[in-house]
Design a protein around this ligand. Structure first.
Ligand code: ACO
Length: 440
């Protein structure tokens, strides 16, 4: 089978697939993308030619139309609704970015105050939900608690489960963004045996989260502006990243018309894996394993050895093949946080910078276009701020909820709303007869 692209007589861009096996040719439309590669519409391929496409890992497959986020992996560009991630981290705040992702435009002054008020109105959780936590072991991983408790929201907020009702969808979206810091902070407090702290609405979204995590009822708490600014940036940088594994999971779960809380819980489960949200935790483990600068060459050699499963964690990305723009912002933040905290994590940071320098000069990493990703520096910042490593992915989930909610809403309101159902290439046995157990 071969394919070629040309302009057909009706002036429509098409790609022609020639099926040499069956001596057939079929044209498929090329759909124009606003930015980035155009796409071939192969929805009729199976009907026309009787073939499925084969693309494990979806490296060449678009699953939806989306107006939310654009990534140019070669240029290292990340845009949300057209605004660059650099401008958003510098000039905006996380809640405003959440508004932008969901609504498509930056809010007016009035819209901003109404949105903020709405989020504040929903920041507490049902008191009964709090009892849920005591069912977990104290040493439970906070991500395990997150998957359970966020999924359980669907058992508490029955008035926002109808996905066909725009008001209910809006209410569920606000609840998810508003309650996520409270749920995440409680997951942490539970594992360390401290009392839960209720939200304080006069603080910003991020300051309130820090207070719920790090304050105790016995003492006053003043958020540190350097730390809350750094965390705000981390939240913005993680807010959305188009059709990554967890977002695709949310869309796939939502495509069956599952309720929004269940869909976001599915996204949290997907994010938990070390190849996705768990990578910054893995970076710290790796840095501690390397220990000191003189061991770097040994680990670089291991990363390059095909027979060794070791990989340089925080390096490489499915989409970014030049640089990850989020990594640059975080490197600057790491400097600011470590300075503020009196260089507590300085040796680890210096080790990370040296590792980055050596890897970026190495032929293997240059040739395979492997660069530090967002996770390379975020773990260092978060650890310096006092977060245990088990909370890193929880923070990611909190921030990504904004993107998941935006993408879920976009999918539900899209005119093309089909249940997601990939096909397969079957490689198992052909039909065979059952053999009784005493004859096997
Ligand atoms: N260290 C060493 N070699 C690497 C690394 C790495 N970190 N990443 C990729 N490679 C190599 C692969 O072995 C492969 O080599 P080959 O061509 O000889 O087979 C080649 O580079 C291409 O790698 P793939 O795994 O095919 O690339 P893919 O796009 O599928 O994977 C991924 C991207 C999963 C991020 C990968 O680079 C990786 O495992 N990195 C480390 C984990 C990590 O940092 N994950 C966080 C991603 S960012 C996020 O989720 C927010």
């Amino acid at each position: 089978m071969t394919s070629s692209s040309h302009n057909d007589p009706e002036d429509k861009d098409t790609v022609t697939i020639t099926d040499n096996r069956n001596q057939r040719q079929v044209d498929f439309r090329i759909l124009h993308s606003e930015l980035g590669p155009d796409v071939i519409d192969i929805q009729t391929l199976y009907r026309e030619l009787g073939y499925f496409t084969y693309d494990p890992g979806f490296t060449s497959t678009g699953s939806c139309d989306s107006e939310i986020t654009f990534i140019d992996g070669v240029q290292g560009i990340l845009l949300h609704r057209g605004y660059s991630i650099e401008q958003l981290t510098e000039q905006s705040n996380f809640l405003e970015v959440a508004y932008l992702l969901i609504n498509g435009e930056l809010p007016s002054d009035d819209q901003w105050h109404r949105f903020k008020h709405e989020i504040e109105t929903h920041s507490m959780v049902d008191e009964q939900l709090i009892r849920f936590y005591s069912g977990f072991r104290r040493d439970a991983h906070p991500m395990a608690i997150m998957v359970g408790v966020v999924g359980a929201l669907s058992a508490f907020y029955h008035d926002s489960l109808d996905i066909h009702d725009a008001e209910q969808r809006h209410l569920a979206s606000m609840r998810l963004i508003a309650k996520m810091p409270t749920i995440a902070a409680m997951a942490y407090k539970y594992t360390i045996g401290q009392p839960f702290i209720y939200p304080t609405n006069k603080l910003s979204y991020t300051e309130n989260f820090l207070k719920m995590l790090f304050s105790v009822p016995a003492n006053d708490y003043e958020p540190n502006p350097v730390l809350s600014t750094a965390l705000e940036k981390i939240f913005i940088l993680h807010a959305d990243h188009e059709q990554n594994a967890s977002t695709s999971t949310v869309r796939l779960a939502g495509s069956s018309q599952a309720n929004p809380f269940a869909c976001i819980a599915a996204g949290i489960a997907s994010l938990w894996g070390p190849a996705h949200g768990g990578a910054n935790e893995a970076v710290l483990t790796m840095l501690n394993q390397i220990g000191s600068k003189e061991h770097i060459p040994e680990f670089i050699a291991r990363a390059k050895d095909r027979n060794d499963p070791f990989r340089l964690m925080g390096f490489g990305h499915r989409v970014y093949k030049n640089h990850d723009p989020r990594a640059n912002v975080l490197k600057d933040s790491a400097h600011a946080v470590l300075k503020e905290l009196d260089a507590m994590n300085q040796p680890l940071f210096e080790l990370a910078m040296e590792l980055e320098r050596i890897a970026l000069e190495d032929e293997y990493f240059i040739e395979k276009k492997l660069f530090p990703n967002v996770d390379f520096y975020s773990g260092i910042i978060l650890q310096a701020m006092g977060f245990p490593t088990s909370m890193f992915t929880v923070l990611f989930a909190l921030a990504r909820t904004a993107g998941w909610v935006a993408q879920w809403n976009e999918m539900i309101t899209s005119p093309v709303h089909k249940i997601g159902r990939p096909r397969q290439r079957y490689t198992g046995h052909g039909p065979r007869d059952y053999v009784a157990i005493d004859r096997r």
